[in-house]
Ligand binder design. Sequence first.
Ligand SMILES: C[S@@+](CC[C@H](N)C(=O)[O-])C[C@H]1O[C@@H](n2cnc3c(N)ncnc32)[C@H](O)[C@@H]1O
Length: 318
Amino acid sequence: MEQLLQGLRAAGEETRMRLLVLCGHAELTVSELIQILGQSQPRVSRHLKLLCDAGLLDRFQEGSWVYYRLANKSGTSLLARYLVDLVPEDDPVVSRDLERLNTIKQARLDAADDYFRENAKHWNKIRSLHVAEKEVERLILSSVQDMEITDFLDIGTGTGRMLELFGPLSQFAVGVDTSREMLAFARAAIEGADLRNCQVRLGDMYTLPFLNDSQDVVVIHQVLHYADRPKMVIAEAKRVLRKNGRLVLVDFAPHEVETLRTEHAHTQMGFDADQVWSWCEEAGLKRKDFHMLAGDPLNVNIWIAEQSNTDNPSGERE
Ligand SMILES: C[S@@+](CC[C@H](N)C(=O)[O-])C[C@H]1O[C@@H](n2cnc3c(N)ncnc32)[C@H](O)[C@@H]1O
């Protein structure tokens, strides 16, 4: 009761309702919110603090930036979403705020585009060396079709393609990446697709910012070849999986395309299927399924591994 009243008190003011609506549509920094609201920094920061203290907004850091978004897991997160949904979007103040928000989203997209245009040239070249993405995507989606996915994690989310694919099947979906530029691109992509249950976060595949037993499905799609310690990445993915959770791992079979190492920073020249299975089994994951898709000159392997149905014995980490 007290939590509910605190939430209602915090929301009961015009600027704070506007902040809730904005953060219900996108993850925003203080300076972006100041730009939209046209109010001073101390004023906006004070309102944000009240909303965070009441559990209506989440605050999170990405490098030197701090973002705010509508809370999605606290006790008052339902209240936050309910209040935002009650606000008529054709209200003159709200619709002007949302117009300004669109301008900010477009500016972000343009900035991310500049970065991505450069990288996309390389990635498209690499894509042309392996099998059709469509077939890979069909197989990985079918590998989880019998599951109810509450929490989905995409490690090395890049442009957020896996979030677009798995987001609609999950209650919450998060993508992590070590590159802020890629996160900006992925954020713009999920906002463009209006996937409000999806988020992106700065995070490293060796030390994931998640608790033990917190995810139903973890995907590592074309990322493991960047790892100098792939076995540790698999163990870390296993740590965050819930009982009966699944790891979907997609990467190249062993190859000799040397330019991927010299020009594209790949650390591993593909992976032997049995080697990956032995890392999975050492981590405590069981074999569930495997596919090999032949391409020219790169073959793509898909490993589906399953968390055992006993409790995860390792210690907790946030
Ligand atoms: C080929 S790209 C994106 C692949 C993406 N999963 C997809 O399906 O399109 C690989 C991504 O892995 C990210 N990455 C590299 N090292 C990482 C690490 N240690 N932790 C998290 N992400 C990492 C890169 O920044 C890049 O965005």
